[in-house]
Design a protein around this ligand. Sequence first.
Ligand code: HSE
Length: 434
Amino acid sequence: MKPVKVGICGLGTVGGGTFNVLQRNAEEIARRAGRGIEVAQIAMRTPNPNCQITGTPITADVFEVASNPEIDIVIELIGGYTIARELVLKAIEHGKHVVTANKALIAVHGNEIFARAREKGVIVAFEAAVAGGIPVIKAIREGLSANRINWVAGIINGTGNFILTEMREKGRTFPDVLAEAQALGYAEADPTFDVEGIDAAHKLTILASIAFGIPLQFDKAYTEGITQLTTADVNYAEALGYRIKHLGVARSTANGIELRVHPTLIPADRLIANVNGVMNAVMVNGDAAGSTLFYGAGAGMEPTASSVIADLVDVVRAMTSDPENRVPHLAFQPDSLSAHPILPIEACESAYYLRIQAKDRPGVLAQVASILSERGINIESIMQKEVEEHDGLVPMILLTHSVLEQRMDDAITALQALQDVVGSVVRIRVEQLN
Ligand code: HSE
């Protein structure tokens, strides 16, 4: 059988990895796909020193690849929302299947892209968009298709996890670790996407859609970054038996779906609390399978290429199949997507870690306890530290039981209004993940 011809758009970290793994493992991949996969064109602006390209036509214009009649599958690895969207839509218009690693594109424009792909009977595959080398899209979309999924929780930004790990284990500074993540090719072009949780929210949006069968709704995701985390909170969390991770949580409740990314205390003995460095992990809780955990490299050249090529193999196998009988883009049949709403953060529920800086006076703890009890907030534990020399204040650390965010907002406003409470109350959500 003639090889399938693919065009790679973008020869950066992931594009270079994809090209190299396709060459290195060509035989193994062809044995799996049933046909060879030939890179028939590459669009790139700057040569990638990691790639030895001989004989493959090169262009600087990605749109040439999208309209190249020779090409069956376009691999979009340029990133960003604008040109990538045009490129993917153009490839679809030309009847080409698309493989992309672009989480921002899928999270923001996926509904439109999938609708156009359905009209044209082509596949848009995006395994590499979430959690790098971990085949979690396939696992949820196909492996867990018997389940009513209750929740998904994941460490889905390698850069953020790398920063938190290095800060906790080696006491390194935030900018120092970020610079290393950039040099290693983990970080986004704009690293605020990593540290402010936007990248994780893109991925969580995709996971929530395939887990719950809802349209992609990135604009409704709640996002809080890790830039405000202090070593003090990391250490207090440890003392209480928790680790702080930048977690994406998508939970189905009777009222709607929680879709939130924020720093989170997780019991230190959970496997996911011990996922360190650039590694990612996604926990999925389904009513039949119970909890499953998917772990692996969440970023990097070859791990992400592994997912891109797995998609390529899937597309090659499914190319000749009836489009109606393919795995739906978002796991559920497009006419069966649910309108269950995404909840605003005020309507989400979780337990909380609070750190209150108070003057060392009698009765402060009683006032704090009464503000919480008046709002029905149940305290799980309290830790009061000795007076700090530099400011003469006493840190009080509390863990609460689960409560509606709105109620906690109200309690924090009241706490901050107390005469003996100084500055803002630190609030970090807590997830037991059991
Ligand atoms: N910047 C992303 C991360 C790359 O650090 O996880 C993989 O999506």
